[in-house]
Write a protein that binds this ligand. Sequence first.
Ligand SMILES: Nc1ncnc2c1ncn2[C@@H]1O[C@H](COP(=O)(O)OP(=O)(O)OP(=O)(O)O)[C@@H](O)[C@H]1O
Ligand SMILES: [Mg+2]
Length: 240
Amino acid sequence: MSETEESEGPIIRLKDVTIGYDPEDPLVDIPEMEVFPGEIVAIAGPSGIGKTTLLRTIAGLVSPISGSIEVCGGAPSSPPKRGELGYVPQKLGLVRHASVLHNVMIGANAGNKAPWALLPSSLARSKALEAISSMGLVDKIGEPVRRLSGGQQRRVATARALAQSPKLIMADEFLSELDEETMQMVLGSVIDYVRSSGSALLVVEHDISRAKSMADRLLVIDDGRINPFITEITAVEVKV
Ligand SMILES: Nc1ncnc2c1ncn2[C@@H]1O[C@H](COP(=O)(O)OP(=O)(O)OP(=O)(O)O)[C@@H](O)[C@H]1O
Ligand SMILES: [Mg+2]
């Protein structure tokens, strides 16, 4: 596939996918779902319905029960290919005893497409510093993550994802625990990255009005199915 064809195709494509942990008791059916370069798509739905499981399945961390999934034109891989996927998990997955810089450097190194041996570490470091700065964490750079607040830790995980320069960011409730001003800064930085790089953002957001205000499309998981008719945020009224 040429670079042009690749950039025009969807970054995520799901067809007839069923997700869950037990084939006898599946969580969500997704007849069809596509996310294109430059798009911001939000997923909402009740607690425990399967939103995190959907992200984990797209990331290749959980196998689908059935159906086909493509991420950047190929099957999801675990661990994801370099520079492909920046994941901000709901449970963050940070190295808690290590510093903010160390955690974000993990992302910066993972995002470098060249073999590590050829990499100037100054490049990874400058990407990490830029991401940390965009999350407003410069004054915490040497602090062990375990000493940070919940919202600050969430920003470290977001910086780690941005530092990879990924084609796709998947963020699970990444704006939780943030005050309005910090939330706008974090969201603004991520949206700027997505729009300017032509990558995509798939975000789980329980706050429906926030989901609507940030996303181009909102997918609502209800009764175990992503409702294909509730995809245009301008066209639906969603109960809150
Ligand atoms: N590793 C696992 N093995 C088996 N079942 C699991 C596993 N992880 C989650 N589940 C179950 O799958 C269901 C969906 O969980 P999931 O975390 O995807 O929900 P969610 O929509 O993200 O909820 P929340 O809004 O509370 O984060 C829940 O019933 C949960 O108990
Ligand atoms: Mg969840």
